[in-house]
Structures are given as C-alpha cells and as structure tokens.
Write a protein that binds this ligand. Structure first.
Ligand code: R5P
Length: 327
C-alpha cells in the first residue's frame, strides 16, 4: 500500500495536528509564506513521490486567501509525483452561492469546485456542506460527511427532556429532521426570509410546537449570527424553555460572537472545522472536535474501506447510550 502522508495548510493547523496524533503520523513539513505583494509561496519540504496525500485546508475566512493557498499547495503537490491527492476541506467556503437566485448571478460554489479539480485534486472530503447537492459540482470522487452521530452523542449525554429540534429556515429542515429521527423527537421549522436590501434575516413565524420545550436549533453555519439570534428571540417569545444551538461551522463574522453572548441561547455547540481565535470564544460556547472522526475517515479512505463503517461504530455507541437513557 502507498504511504499515507498528511499535510496542513495554514487555515486550521490545530485540527491537522490533532488528526496527525490520532493517525500516528507527522505532518509533512511545508514552507508557506507570503511575498511582500501578497502572493502566496508554497514548497513541500520532503518527497511525497508515490504517496497517498491528504491535505487539510478549510476555505474559511479569509476565504479567498485560504482557497488560493489550497490551490497553490495542490499545484506544488501535483509537481511532486504523489500517487493521489485528497483535499480535506472541513469548511467549504462559497457553498452558499450554490444557485442563481437572480438573473446574471454566478454559481460560485461550482466555480470553486472546478478550480479545485483543475488544480489536480483526485478526491475531496467535506463536512456538512450547506446543501448536499454541492457535492455534485465535483466530477472527481467526493465524500460529504454529516456529523449527526457526533451531535446526537453530545445531546444524549446531557439527558435533556422534552426536546424539539428547530430548523432555522426551510432549507435546514432535512438537517434537523435527520437528527430528530435518531432521537425520536419532533421538529419545528422557522419561517425565515432575507430582506432584499440589507440581507438581514426576517423571522416572524414558527411552524410547530415550542412552548415549554427544550429547543435545539440545528444549523450548518453561523456567520453574522443574525439568523440564530433572531430565531432564539422568537422561540423565547413563544414560550421555549431552554434554547441550545448545534452548528457545524463557526464562521462568526464581525461581532457575531458578541451577539451570541447577549442572545437568549443557553449554549452554542460548534465543531472545530474552523479555527476560532481567542477573541471569538465566549463562555456559552462548546467545541466538539471532528479530529477523531476525520482521522478515521482518512484512514478508511487510505485503506479503501467503506466510510459506512465509521458511522456503524458511532451509531452502535449511540444505540447503547439511548437505551441507557431510557432505563
Ligand atoms: C442559511 O441558509 C444557513 O444555513 C445559515 O443559517 C446562515 O448562513 C447563517 O448566516 P447568519 O449567521 O449570517 O444569519
């Protein structure tokens, strides 16, 4: 079997280091620098000839910079004769630009996929894409992994009662439903639209019962924090007991972290697909690491064994937990 090589771009080195520890490999050294004019320079400092290379680089803010660094690193790899290059993109920037809403708009999520392919990537691994269809923008092998078992395990460990899962918009209903189905809980859907001029979320109605319930909002991204804070204010107004949020990608632009701190939310749980700087970490925030799951995923991809086996293991654990919870 080809040698497994793990590499990190500069967007989330902490995550890559955690994965490396779990895989018992070291990160292949690189020299990643910026020229005075802002251009990016990348050199791989060891031979990767014939290797099965996994490069971890989310295209989180600064999305353009991190995307460009990903492309340049792949180009450097391509010219170093590895057997296969897998781009592990824990957060896929531009994923929300997945369709034409108005005339003369781009479909940037597709353009980015084409750029990644053109650079020479053989396979991509992503997590909780904004919509699963974005996976279809790639013509190379791709795995878009959901993190449902990780969330379910975390929720069950808290022994919460009288739960309702909340989709913060119609598009998020399938995500909330998927988790609710595992826990056998109901869902409610928030009727959200965006203001034409300011793009601010307008949230006025909830479809479903939330009064007196423990509400768990499920979302993929928290960016400005507008959706989640407006949603939690309305939930509280309609009699929700406690409000928790589980969101995969902590984009947290501008003062989003402060908004969350001041909001009605009791606790917000993110994953570490995006590295959070200290100033964005607030007391009511918890981080679940995807490192163990990602390490297993990489290991399966390297061995060529089905990804389903990772999920089977996790769901077995959950099955046991939910049985214990019912006792
Ligand atoms: C929307 O479709 C997404 O799932 C998120 O709810 C949205 O991108 C969050 O953005 P913001 O935090 O800026 O409201």
């Amino acid at each position: 079997m080809q040698q497994l090589r793990l590499m990190a771009g500069s967007a989330n080195r902490n995550l890559a280091e955690e994965v490396a520890k779990r895989l018992n490999v070291r990160l292949t050294p690189t020299d990643i620098r910026r020229f005075p004019d802002g251009e990016i320079y990348v050199r791989i400092l060891e031979s990767v000839r014939g290797a099965d290379v996994f490069l971890i680089q989310p295209t989180c803010p600064d999305a353009n910079l991190n995307l460009m660094e990903l492309l340049i690193t792949v180009d450097a790899l391509k010219r170093s004769s590895p057997q296969k290059i897998t781009a592990v993109i824990p957060y896929y920037g531009y994923s929300r630009q997945d369709r034409k809403n108005k005339p003369r708009e781009p479909i940037s999520a597709k353009l980015v996929a084409k750029m990644i392919e053109a650079a020479g990537v053989d396979r991509v691994i992503t997590f909780d894409l904004h919509v699963a269809q974005v996976q279809g923008f790639f013509d190379i092998h791709s795995d878009n992994l959901d993190l449902i078992p990780l969330y379910v395990e975390h929720i069950l460990s808290r022994k919460l009662r009288n739960i309702v899962f909340i989709a913060p918009d119609v598009g998020g209903a399938s995500r909330a439903r998927a988790i609710a189905n595992v826990i056998h809980a109901p869902i409610a859907i928030i009727d959200k639209r965006r203001s034409e001029n300011s793009n601010k979320p307008i949230i006025e109605n909830i479809i479903g019962e939330v009064k007196g319930k423990t509400c768990i909002i499920i979302d993929d991204i928290i960016d400005s924090g507008g959706t989640i804070t407006e949603a939690s204010a309305l939930l509280r107004k309609q009699g929700a007991k406690d409000i928790y949020v589980y969101a995969t990608h902590a984009v947290l632009s501008g003062d989003a972290a402060k908004k969350l701190e001041k909001s009605e939310i009791k606790e917000v749980v993110f994953t570490d697909t995006i590295k959070l700087p200290g100033e964005k970490q607030i007391k009511k925030m918890k981080i679940i690491s995807i490192a163990p799951f990602l390490a297993e995923t990489i290991s399966r991809a390297h061995e060529g064994t089905p990804m389903g086996t990772v999920y089977e293991k996790l769901y077995k654990k959950i099955g046991k937990m939910s049985k214990d919870g019912r006792k």
